[in-house]
Design a binder for this molecule. Structure first.
Ligand SMILES: C[S@@+](CC[C@H](N)C(=O)[O-])C[C@H]1O[C@@H](n2cnc3c(N)ncnc32)[C@H](O)[C@@H]1O
Length: 341
C-alpha cells in the first residue's frame, strides 16, 4: 500500500460491486444494501463521482469495461461478488451456531459487518484495516450511515504492528471467545512471516469453535500470480503499490495452516464458486478468475499434556508418534479437507 492513499484494489472492488449492481442478473449476487454503501464510498473518493456513476450505466461504457476485463483478467469482477457471497454464508452459519465475535482483517470497503452489526446488535464486529483505507470508510459510514456501538474499528498497518498487539486496543474483545475471523483479499499482500503471525494469533487461544475464512493466491510452479495474464496483472499491482508477496499451492495449504494451529476444512476454487452461485445465463461469458482461492479453517484445540509413562496402560485413546493422545473432535472428524475445484 502507498501511505496516505486508500487501497486501490479495495476501491476497484467497490467500483465493480456498483458496476454489477446495474445488471439485473448479477445484482442478485450482491447482498441488500451493499451497492448503497459502495456508492457512498465512490462519492467520497471520486471528485467526479456523479459522472463516473452515470457512465457506468451506459451500454457502451459497460461493453467497453467488460472488454477491458476480458483483456486484463477475465471473470475477476464477478469473482469478487462470488467470494463475498461464500464469506457471507460462512458468517451466517457462524452466527447461527452462536459465535458472538466477528473480526474482519483488511475489510476494505466491504459492507458485510456494516449490514450484520445492525441485524445482530448482541454481536461484536471489529474491522481491522490499514489507516489510509479505514479512515475513508469510517468517515463515510459515520456520516452517511448509522454505526452502532457493536461495530468497532482498529486502524493498523499489519506489516508494522502484529495482529495480537492491535486487538488489545479494543477493550471489549475477548481473545478466547468463539470467533469468526475473515481475511478476504489480504494475505497475498503480506510477507509469509506476517501471514504465519496472523494465523498463530487466531489459533493461539485454542478455541475449537473459532474459525478463519480467507482468500489466498493459489500458486502453480511457484508463481504468485493469476493463471491468465498473470504477468500483466502483477505489473499493474506493483505499479499501484500493492504487489503480491505471498501465495501457496492448494495441496500445500493444509500442512501450512496446520503448522499455524488451524485445520483446513474446505478449499474452494473459482470454478466451484461459479458452479455454486452463478446463474447459467451469466456463466456463458465468464471464465473463472483462476488463482484467487478461498479457504475455511478451524482452530485446532491444544492437545492435552503427554500422560505419565506408567499411566499409559490405563488410558483409552490412540497415541500419535510423540505420545500425545489424539482426541476426536466434532470439528476435526472429517480428516482430509474438502477441496472443490
Ligand atoms: C484487495 S483489498 C481487500 C478489501 C476487502 N477485504 C475486499 O475483499 O473487498 C486489500 C485490503 O488490504 C488492506 N491492506 C493491505 N496491506 C495492509 C497492511 N499492511 N495492513 C493492513 N491492511 C492492509 C487494504 O487496506 C485493503 O483494505
Amino acid at each position: 500500500m502507498k501511505p496516505n492513499r486508500p487501497s486501490q484494489t479495495a476501491l476497484l472492488i467497490a467500483r465493480t460491486t456498483l458496476f454489477w449492481s446495474f445488471d439485473a442478473e448479477a445484482a442478485t449476487l450482491i447482498p441488500p444494501g451493499a451497492a448503497e454503501v459502495t456508492r457512498w464510498i465512490i462519492e467520497a473518493t471520486d471528485p467526479n463521482a456523479a459522472v463516473t456513476i452515470a457512465r457506468m450505466q451506459r451500454p457502451i461504457v459497460r461493453a467497453a469495461s467488460r472488454l477491458i476485463e476480458r483483456i486484463l483478467l477475465p471473470g475477476i469482477t464477478i469473482h469478487y461478488l462470488l467470494r463475498k457471497k461464500y464469506i457471507a454464508e460462512v458468517a451466517a452459519e457462524a452466527l447461527a451456531r452462536g459465535v458472538r465475535q466477528v473480526a474482519v482483517i483488511a475489510a476494505g470497503f466491504d459492507s458485510l459487518t456494516y449490514q450484520l452489526h445492525r441485524q445482530f446488535p448482541e454481536v461484536l464486529f471489529v474491522e481491522i484495516d490499514h489507516p489510509a483505507t479505514q479512515s475513508v470508510k469510517r468517515a463515510v459510514l459515520e456520516s452517511r450511515g448509522s454505526v452502532g456501538p457493536n461495530l468497532g474499528f482498529l486502524a493498523v498497518d499489519l506489516s508494522a504492528t502484529p495482529l495480537a498487539e492491535a486487538m488489545k486496543a479494543e477493550p471489549r474483545w475477548n481473545p478466547s471467545a468463539p470467533t469468526l475471523w475473515i481475511a478476504e483479499g489480504l494475505l497475498m499482500y503480506l510477507d509469509e512471516s506476517d501471514v504465519v503471525s496472523i494465523m498463530k494469533t487466531i489459533s493461539a487461544p485454542g478455541n475449537s469453535a473459532s474459525e478463519l475464512v480467507f482468500t489466498f493466491m493459489c500458486t502453480r510452479g511457484g508463481h504468485v500470480a493469476f493463471r491468465r495474464r498473470g504477468w500483466l496483472i502483477s505489473r499493474l499491482l506493483r505499479w499501484s503499490g500493492e504487489p503480491f508477496r505471498w501465495g501457496i499451492a492448494a495441496d500445500a495449504l493444509p500442512a501450512f495452516t496446520e503448522a499455524c494451529g488451524l485445520r483446513t476444512v474446505e478449499i474452494v476454487e473459482p470454478g466451484e464458486l461459479r458452479r455454486r452461485y452463478v446463474p447459467a445465463s451469466l456463466e456463458a461469458h465468464l471464465p473463472p478468475a483462476d488463482g484467487d482461492t478461498l479457504c475455511r479453517a478451524r482452530v485446532v484445540p491444544p492437545s492435552p499434556k503427554p500422560p505419565e509413562k506408567r499411566a499409559l496402560g490405563f488410558m483409552a485413546g490412540k497415541m500419535d508418534v510423540r505420545g500425545d493422545i489424539v482426541h476426536a473432535s466434532p470439528w476435526l472428524e472429517s480428516g482430509e479437507p474438502k477441496r472443490s475445484e
